[in-house]
Design a protein around this ligand. Structure first.
Ligand SMILES: *[C@@H]1O[C@H](CO)[C@@H](O)[C@H](O)[C@H]1NC(C)=O
Ligand SMILES: *[C@@H]1O[C@H](CO)[C@@H](O)[C@H](O)[C@H]1NC(C)=O
Ligand SMILES: *[C@@H]1O[C@H](CO)[C@@H](O)[C@H](O)[C@H]1NC(C)=O
Ligand SMILES: *[C@@H]1O[C@H](CO)[C@@H](O)[C@H](O)[C@H]1NC(C)=O
Ligand SMILES: *[C@@H]1O[C@H](CO)[C@@H](O)[C@H](O)[C@H]1NC(C)=O
Ligand SMILES: *[C@@H]1O[C@H](CO)[C@@H](O)[C@H](O)[C@H]1NC(C)=O
Ligand SMILES: *[C@@H]1O[C@H](CO)[C@@H](O)[C@H](O)[C@H]1NC(C)=O
Ligand SMILES: *[C@@H]1O[C@H](CO)[C@@H](O)[C@H](O)[C@H]1NC(C)=O
Length: 690
C-alpha cells in the first residue's frame, strides 16, 4: 500500500513520455483506453512495480498432471514430492538474471531496491513513477471508481525484446493496481450445503425414522431386508453401501485418513455419536475425528452452539460411517466467525492451502503473490477473539483425500485469484491428492442472495436475475466436483437414481415440520459451465457431446466468455457455452436423517454427496495401498477415460434463474456429471492401474 500515501499528493503532470525504442516491443496493450480523464500519476509518486516472471511451467503443469493422472500414460500414479512440485513451478534462474540485469542497466534501480520473493516468481521495486514510465515507455494514470477506490494503470507498455520473453506481466500496467478501498460485497462467502428440511421434537433413543406419512412401502421393497426398505425416504449408510456396492471397510492405514475441510460451522461430538448409535452401529459411539486447528479454528463445540449448523456434523456422519475403522481428519479453518478471518473476506480456501503447503504462502502466479488482503483472512487478527498467531504456512500434512462442502459464486473472486488457487489445486493433484467439492444446491444459481439477487443469479442492464451463476471452486478443472442424486419414495436401492431436486416446503408440510422460507425452499443439484475456465482436454469431448444433444436446454440463449470473463450475459445469453462443465461425478444427497443439536432432522444437498464420493476414493486408496500401490490422486482423467465404472444418471435437471437449467442425459451432463459410483467396477479398474 506504499503508493497510497503518495498518491494523495499527485497532481496533473505533463512529463515526457519516453517513446519506445526499436529494441523494445509492445508487451501489453488495453483494447479500450483507460477512462482516466487525464489524471496522470505525479512523477515523484512512489509506485509499487511488480514484475511477474514467466513461469513456463504454469503452462506445462497441465501436461505434467496428465502424465501422472491419465490412465493411458506410462507414468500413471508416479506422483511428485512437494519439493519437486515447488521447484518445477519456480521460474528459471536465467529469467531472474535477465530481468535483474535489465533493471540494473537502466541506471535508476540499484541492487538493494530489488526485492525477490522467496519462490522467485516475482520481483518487486518501489520506484518514482517517472522512472517506471521511462523504463516501460508508458504513462501512468490514476482512476477513481464511483465508490472511492483509486487504482493506477496505463494503456500500454514496452519491454526490451530479450526481457519480454521472460516477463509474464507487470503491475501496475494494463492490469490495474489493486483498489485502495474495497467495495463491500452484498453477500459473504460460504454456502453451507446442508439443507435442513425438518426438525422434529427432541431426542429419543432408537426412534423410528419419521417417514413421510404418505409414504407406502414400494412393492419392490417387500423382499428386501428391513434396513433397505425405506431408502427412498430415509438414506442411511446401509442404504448408501447397497446403492453403490461399497464393502464394509476393514483397513486402518494412517496414510489413508480422510480429510474434511470445515470453516465457521463446527461439529458436535454428541451429535455424531447419536448418528452412529442410530444409523451406523458398526462405529463405536465415541469415535472422534482428529481435529487440526488452522489459524485459530477450533472444534468440536457443544451441541447447542450457534456454530453447530449441521454441515460439519453430516460430513462427519457420512465419512466416518462409510470408512470406519479408517480415521477422519477435520481441518477446522480460520478463527471465530466475527473475527477478521471470517468477515469482510470473500475468499475461503487460501489460508487452508497455505497451512498444508508452505510454498503457497509466497507463491506467485497470474500476477498475485501470496494471499490477497481484502479477499482472504489475514493474521495475526487484532479483533477480540481473533487468532493472534502468524499465518500458518506448511504447518500440516494434507490427507490424500479431502472433501469440501463449501463454495461460493465464481464471479465473487477476481479471475487471477481463482486461477492462482486452481493452479495450487493442480499442484496438489501432482502430489497425489484428491480434492473433492460439493457442486452447490441451487441448480444453475449460486447461493441465494449472491450478487444481490434473491435466488443467487446474475444480472445485466437488460437481464434481471436470469443469468446462470456458476459456483467456485467447482469450476476449477483440477478439482472433482460432486453433484447430488436422489431416489424417489417409490424407489428401492436397486432403481436408478435421479438428479437431486426437492421441494423442501412440500417435504416439510408432508412431514409436519412446517414450511421453509423462500428462496431456500427448492434444492436442485448444482451444475453448469464456468465463466473463467475452459474444459480441460480430458473433459472436452464429454462436454462437446452434451452440447450436441437434442435437449430442452438448447433453447437457452448463450454467450462465449471472453478472456477476462467480463462479458457474462452478452447478447442475452444465460450460460457460457465454452466453459468447463461441472460437476464431474455425483452421489446421493437426499433424505439423510441425522442429529444436529441432538435433534433429529432430514438433510439434503451436495454436502452429503461430496463426503460420500470422498469415502469411495478412500476405500479404493486403501485397497491400492494393501497391494503396494500409491493413491489415485487426481481422479478425473481416469473417470472421463472410463466412465463405465460409474452409474450414468439420466433423469432430472437443475432449474433456477427463471429457466429450466440443464437436463441429465446419457453420458456426462452438467447436472450429475458422469454419474454415481459402482464400487465393484471402480475397484476392478483402479486396482488394475499402476
Ligand atoms: C455394478 O455393476 C455390475 C456390472 O458390472 C453390476 O452387476 C452390479 O449390480 C453393479 N452394482 C451396483 C451396486 O450397482
Ligand atoms: C439447541 O437445543 C436447545 C434445547 O432444545 C435450545 O435451547 C437451543 O437454542 C438450541 N440451539 C440452537 C443453536 O438452535
Ligand atoms: C457476531 O455478529 C453478529 C452480528 O453482527 C451477532 O449477532 C453475533 O452475536 C456475533 N457473534 C459472536 C459470537 O460474537
Ligand atoms: C468490515 O468492513 C466495514 C466497512 O468497511 C468496517 O466498518 C468493519 O470494521 C470491517 N470489519 C472487520 C471485522 O474488519
Ligand atoms: C429485479 O427483480 C426483482 C425481483 O423480481 C425486483 O425486486 C427488482 O426491483 C428488479 N430489479 C430491476 C433493476 O428491475
Ligand atoms: C410404485 O411402483 C410400482 C412398481 O414397482 C407401481 O406399480 C406403483 O404404481 C408405484 N406407485 C406409485 C405411487 O408411484
Ligand atoms: C413447493 O411446494 C409448495 C407446497 O406444495 C408450493 O407452494 C411451491 O410452489 C413449491 N415450490 C416450487 C419451487 O415448486
Ligand atoms: C425423473 O425426475 C423427475 C423430476 O425431474 C421425477 O418427477 C420423476 O419421478 C423421475 N423419474 C424417475 C423414473 O425416477
Amino acid at each position: 500500500m506504499l503508493w497510497k500515501q503518495f498518491l494523495v499528493h499527485s497532481s496533473f503532470f505533463t512529463g515526457i513520455a519516453v517513446s519506445a525504442s526499436l529494441s523494445h516491443v509492445l508487451h501489453e496493450k488495453r483494447e479500450i483506453p483507460l477512462p482516466h480523464e487525464g489524471r496522470r500519476v505525479h512523477g515523484d509518486s512512489i509506485i509499487p512495480v511488480r514484475i511477474g516472471l514467466k513461469q513456463t511451467n504454469l503452462h506445462t503443469g497441465y501436461e505434467r498432471l496428465m502424465d501422472i493422472s491419465h490412465p493411458s500414460s506410462p507414468n500413471y500414479g508416479k506422483h511428485l514430492s512437494k519439493e519437486e512440485v515447488h521447484s518445477i513451478f519456480s521460474p528459471a534462474e536465467e529469467t531472474l538474471e535477465t530481468v535483474k540485469s535489465w533493471l540494473l542497466s537502466s541506471g535508476t534501480v540499484s541492487e538493494s531496491d530489488i526485492i525477490e520473493y522467496e519462490n522467485k516468481g516475482w520481483i518487486a521495486i518501489d520506484m518514482p513513477a517517472k522512472h517506471a514510465e521511462s523504463l516501460l515507455g508508458t504513462t501512468f494514470y490514476e482512476l477513481e471508481g464511483s465508490n472511492g477506490d483509486v487504482r493506477i494503470g496505463c494503456d500500454e507498455y514496452y519491454l526490451p525484446v530479450h526481457v519480454s520473453d521472460h516477463v509474464d506481466y507487470i503491475k501496475p500496467g494494463v492490469k490495474l493496481s489493486p483498489p485502495l478501498k474495497k467495495k463491500k460485497r452484498s453477500f459473504g462467502k460460504r454456502a453451507s450445503r446442508a439443507g435442513k428440511a425438518s426438525q422434529g421434537g427432541h431426542t429419543l433413543p432408537h426412534v423410528q425414522p419419521p417417514n413421510d406419512p404418505s409414504w407406502a412401502l414400494p412393492p419392490a421393497a417387500k423382499g428386501l431386508p428391513p434396513a433397505l426398505q425405506n431408502c427412498g425416504v430415509n438414506i442411511t449408510p446401509t442404504c448408501i453401501k447397497a446403492l453403490y456396492g461399497l464393502p464394509d471397510a476393514t483397513h486402518k492405514q494412517p496414510e489413508n485418513a480422510m480429510g474434511l475441510f470445515e470453516t465457521s460451522d463446527t461439529f458436535s461430538q454428541e451429535d455424531i455419536s447419536l448418528f452412529f448409535q442410530h444409523f451406523a452401529t458398526n462405529v463405536p459411539a465415541d469415535t472422534k475425528p482428529k481435529v487440526i486447528s488452522v489459524d485459530g479454528g477450533s472444534a468440536p463445540v457443544a451441541p447447542s452452539s450457534s456454530l453447530n449448523g449441521g454441515e460439519s456434523d453430516i460430513d462427519l456422519d457420512l465419512a466416518i460411517s462409510l470408512i470406519y475403522p479408517q480415521s477422519v481428519t477435520v481441518y477446522q479453518v480460520d478463527d471465530l466467525p466475527n473475527s477478521s478471518g471470517e468477515t469482510n473476506t470473500t475468499g475461503f480456501l487460501n489460508t487452508f492451502l497455505d497451512s498444508v503447503d508452505g510454498s503457497y504462502c509466497s507463491y506467485s502466479a497470474y500476477g498475485i503473490t501470496g494471499d490477497s488482503p481484502g479477499i482472504d483472512a489475514s493474521y495475526p487478527d487484532s479483533l477480540p477473539g481473533g487468532y493472534k498467531g502468524k499465518l500458518e504456512c506448511g504447518t500440516y500434512e494434507l490427507t490424500r483425500v479431502v472433501s469440501i462442502s463449501y463454495g461460493e459464486a465464481e464471479v465473487y473472486l477476481p479471475k487471477p485469484y481463482v486461477e492462482r488457487q486452481c493452479n495450487e489445486i493442480l499442484k496438489l493433484g501432482l502430489q497425489g491428492h484428491t480434492i473433492l467439492v460439493a457442486s452447490g444446491d441451487y441448480g444453475v444459481a449460486s447461493f441465494p442472495g449472491s450478487n444481490g439477487d434473491e435466488e443467487g443469479c446474475l444480472s445485466t442492464n437488460t437481464m434481471n436475475g436470469t443469468i446462470y451463476n456458476p459456483d467456485y471452486p467447482a469450476g476449477c478443472p483440477y478439482i472433482t466436483a460432486v453433484g447430488a442424486t436422489r431416489l424417489y419414495p417409490n424407489d428401492t436401492v436397486h432403481d436408478p437414481e435421479s438428479a437431486m431436486q426437492v421441494n423442501l416446503t412440500a417435504f416439510n408440510i408432508a412431514t409436519g415440520a412446517g414450511p421453509t422460507s423462500e428462496p431456500y425452499d427448492f434444492f436442485a443439484t448444482g451444475g453448469g459451465f464456468s465463466n473463467y475456465f475452459k474444459p480441460a482436454f480430458f473433459q472436452a469431448e464429454a462436454v462437446a457431446s452434451y452440447l450436441e444433444k437434442d435437449l430442452p436446454f438448447q433453447k437457452l440463449p448463450y454467450y462465449e466468455a471472453n478472456a477476462d470473463g467480463t462479458n457474462i450475459g452478452e447478447n442475452g445469453g444465460v450460460y457460457n457455452r465454452i466453459g468447463r462443465g461441472y460437476p464431474d461425478v455425483s452421489a446421493n444427497g437426499a433424505f439423510l436423517l441425522t442429529y444436529v443439536n441432538q435433534t433429529q432432522g432430514t438433510f439434503f444437498g451436495t454436502s452429503l454427496a461430496s463426503p460420500i464420493f470422498g469415502a469411495v476414493v478412500t476405500l479404493l486408496n486403501e485397497e491400492r495401498t494393501a497391494i503396494g500401490k500409491g493413491p489415485i490422486g487426481f481422479i478425473n482423467p481416469a473417470l472421463y477415460a472410463n466412465p463405465s465404472v460409474l452409474n450414468d444418471i439420466t433423469n432430472g435437471s437443475n432449474p433456477n434463474c427463471g429457466s429450466e437449467g440443464f437436463q441429465a442425459s446419457q453420458g456426462w451432463d452438467p447436472v450429475t456429471g458422469l454419474g454415481t459410483p459402482n464400487y465393484s467396477r471402480m475397484r476392478e479398474y483402479f486396482l488394475s492401474l499402476p
